[in-house]
Design a protein around this ligand. Structure first.
Ligand code: NAD
Length: 505
C-alpha cells in the first residue's frame, strides 16, 4: 500500500507494468489479489496488468468517499482554493502530456493525433471548471416583502462515475472535473479494456492536492462493480457514459434508492448536406465526423443525407478521400485512423456490414478487415461507405461504433429533417449549408442535443454535451453540469415586525 501523494510524477513513470486501485489516497492491490491483463488493440500485445476491484474493494472506496464527503474538508474548502487545485491538475497533466498521450495510444490503438486532441481537451476541462466553480452559486428569489429567500448550491455527495473505453482519459476528466469542483467525492469505474489513464489521472489529482478519499479509481467488471455502485445506498449519484441498453438498466436500478442519474448514451447522428453547401468543406468535415477515433464515438455522424442534386459529386469526393485515409501505426503522425478496440468490437462491425449486404445495401468502399504491416495481430477495419440503404436497415438505425457510414439522398428540406429525426437516438447532428436562414430553420427542428453548422466539432469545454431521446439526459462539459452535481437548498426567512401566527390562535 502506497500513499499516492508520495509516489507520483517524478518518482513514478506513467507507463508501468502494473497499475493498482486508488482508494482513499492509497494505491492498493485488489482484496483478492485479482489482476486483469490490458492490451494494445493495435498489436494485440499485453501492455500492463491492472488490479481488478472486488465488492470488498468497492465497499472500501465507498466508505472512503463517504468519509471524505461527510467528515472531510473538501466540500467546505472555498471555491477559489478548489479552483487552484483544479488548475494544478491541469498543470501537471500538461507537464506529463507526452506520457499521457503515449499511454492512451497504447491502451486504445487510437491515432496519436486523436489522442493529443482529446488530452488537450481533458486539460482544458479542468481549467474550465476551475473558472466556472468560482462563479457558481445560488440566487436570491422573489418573495413577499417581509420574507427573504435565497437558494444555495450544495454538493450532492458521493458520485459513482462509470466511463466507457472510447475516450478513456477525456471521459474521466469530463466526469471528475465538475464533480470535484462542486465539492463531491467520486468513485470512477473505468472501462475494463482501458483503465490505465484514469488511474493515472486519479494519482495526478492527489498530487495536485485533492484530499484522500475525494477521488477513488476502481477498475473492475462493469456488471459486477459498476452494478454494485449503482445499487449501493451510500452512493448519491450515478453519472454514466456508455451504451443505451446498459444506461436503461442503470436507470432502473438507481431508482430503488432514487439516486440522481445522468446518462450519456449512444447515438446514430446524421449529417445533412444541402445543395448550397460548400461541398469540399462538407466532404472533409464529414470524413472527420465519421472516421475520427475510428468511428468509435458517440457523436459519430454515421448517417449522411445528401441532396439529390449534389449526391454524385459529394459521393465521388467522399469515396476518394475515404480511400486516402491512412490506417495503421497509431504513433505515426500521418495516421488518420487507428485500431478497433478489441476482437469483439471488430466482430460487431463485421456483422453489421454483413447485415447491410444481406439486406440489399451496397458497399461503396471498404467493407473489409485490414492487416496493416507490422500490426497483423491487432484489430483493424477499413473506412467503409455503404450506399443503397433504406431507413429500416439495421446499419441505418443501430449504432455500429466503427468506421462505417451510410449515405443516401433527400429531395427537399422537409424530407432531410424527417430522415435526420427518424431514429431512437438524439445526440448530435451536422448541417452543411451556406444559407444562414436554412441553417437556423433546420437546427430548430432537429431532435438532438447538439447541432453543428458547417463544422464537425461537437464540443469544447463550456458547451453542453448530451442527448435527446434515447441518447440520454443531463449535460456534461458545461456550466449546467455543476448543477447536476449539486442539490439546491431554499432558505426562507421572515423579517416582519410582528410574529407570524398563521392559524390566528
Ligand atoms: P458499455 O455500456 O458497454 O460500458 C460503459 C461502462 O459501463 C464500462 O465502464 C462498463 O464496464 C460499465 N458497465 C457495463 N455493464 C454495467 C452494469 N450492468 N452496471 C454498471 N456499469 C456497467 O459501453 P462501452 O462499450 O464501454 O462504450 C461505448 C458506448 O458508449 C457507445 O454506445 C457510445 O455511444 C457510448 N458513449 C456515449 C457518450 C456520450 O457522451 N453520449 C460518449 C462516449 C461513449
Amino acid at each position: 500500500m502506497t500513499k499516492v501523494q508520495e509516489k507520483t510524477t517524478e518518482q513514478q513513470p506513467i507507463k508501468r507494468d502494473y497499475y493498482q486501485l486508488l482508494i482513499n489516497g492509497e494505491l492498493v492491490d485488489s482484496s483478492d489479489g485479482g489482476r486483469r491483463k490490458v492490451y494494445n488493440p493495435a498489436t494485440g500485445e499485453v501492455i500492463a496488468e491492472v488490479a481488478e476491484a472486488t465488492k470488498e474493494d468497492a465497499d472500501k472506496a465507498i466508505q472512503a468517499a463517504r468519509d471524505a464527503f461527510d467528515k472531510g474538508k473538501w466540500k467546505i474548502t472555498p471555491t477559489g482554493r478548489r479552483a487552484r487545485v483544479l488548475n494544478k491538475i491541469a498543470e501537471i497533466m500538461s507537464s506529463r502530456f507526452k506520457e499521457l498521450v503515449e499511454l492512451e495510444v497504447l491502451n486504445t490503438g487510437k491515432s496519436v493525433a486523436a489522442a493529443k486532441g482529446q488530452i488537450v481537451q481533458a486539460i482544458e476541462d479542468f481549467e474550465f471548471y476551475a473558472g466556472a466553480i468560482v462563479g457558481h452559486g445560488g440566487s436570491v428569489n422573489n418573495v413577499p416583502g417581509q420574507f427573504h429567500n435565497y437558494s444555495e448550491k450544495e454538493p450532492i455527495g458521493v458520485a459513482a462515475q462509470i466511463v466507457p473505453w472510447n475516450y478513456p482519459l477525456m471521459m474521466t476528466a469530463w466526469k471528475i472535473a465538475p464533480a470535484i469542483a462542486a465539492g463531491c467525492s467520486v468513485i470512477v469505474k473505468p472501462a475494463s479494456l482501458t483503465p490505465l489513464t484514469a488511474i493515472v489521472l486519479g494519482e495526478i489529482c492527489h498530487e495536485a492536492g485533492v484530499p484522500e478519499g475525494v477521488v477513488n479509481i476502481l477498475p473492475g467488471p462493469g456488471s459486477e462493480i459498476g452494478n454494485y455502485l449503482v445499487e449501493h445506498e451510500q452512493v448519491n449519484k450515478v453519472a454514466f457514459t456508455g451504451s443505451t441498453p446498459i444506461g436503461k438498466d442503470i436507470m432502473a436500478k438507481a431508482s430503488s434508492t432514487l439516486k440522481r442519474v445522468t446518462l450519456e448514451l449512444g447515438g446514430k447522428s446524421p449529417a445533412l448536406v444541402f445543395p448550397d453547401a460548400d461541398i469540399d468543406a462538407a466532404v472533409d468535415g464529414s470524413i472527420y465526423g465519421i472516421y475520427n477515433n475510428t468511428g468509435q464515438s458517440c457523436d459519430a455522424r454515421s448517417r449522411i443525407y445528401i441532396h439529390e442534386d449534389i449526391y454524385d459529386e459529394f459521393i465521388e469526393k467522399f469515396i476518394t478521400k475515404t480511400e486516402k485515409m491512412q490506417v495503421g501505426d497509431p504513433f505515426d503522425k500521418g495516421t488518420h485512423m487507428g485500431a478497433i478496440i478489441d476482437q469483439s468490437q471488430l466482430d460487431t462491425v463485421k456483422e453489421y456490414v454483413q447485415s447491410a449486404i444481406d439486406e440489399g445495401a451496397e458497399i461503396l468502399t471498404g467493407g473489409k478487415e485490414l492487416k496493416p504491416e507490422g500490426f497483423e495481430n491487432g484489430f483493424w477495419y477499413a473506412p467503409t461507405v455503404i450506399g443503397n440503404v433504406t431507413q429500416e436497415m439495421r446499419v441505418v438505425q443501430e449504432e455500429i461504433f466503427g468506421p462505417v457510414v451510410v449515405v443516401s439522398k433527400f429531395k427537399d428540406e422537409k424530407e432531410a429533417i424527417a430522415l435526420a429525426n427518424d431514429t431512437e437516438f438524439g445526440l448530435a447532428s451536422t448541417i452543411w449549408t451556406t444559407d444562414g436562414a436554412r441553417a437556423k430553420r433546420v437546427a430548430n427542428q432537429i431532435q438532438a442535443g447538439i447541432v453543428m453548422i458547417n463544422t464537425p466539432f461537437s464540443a469544447f469545454p463550456g458547451t453542453p454535451f448530451g442527448g435527446y431521446k434515447q441518447s440520454g439526459f443531463g449535460r456534461e462539459l458545461s456550466i449546467e453540469t455543476l448543477d447536476l452535481y449539486s442539490e439546491t437548498k431554499s432558505i426562507m426567512s421572515y423579517f416582519g415586525s410582528r410574529p407570524l401566527n398563521p392559524f390566528g390562535l
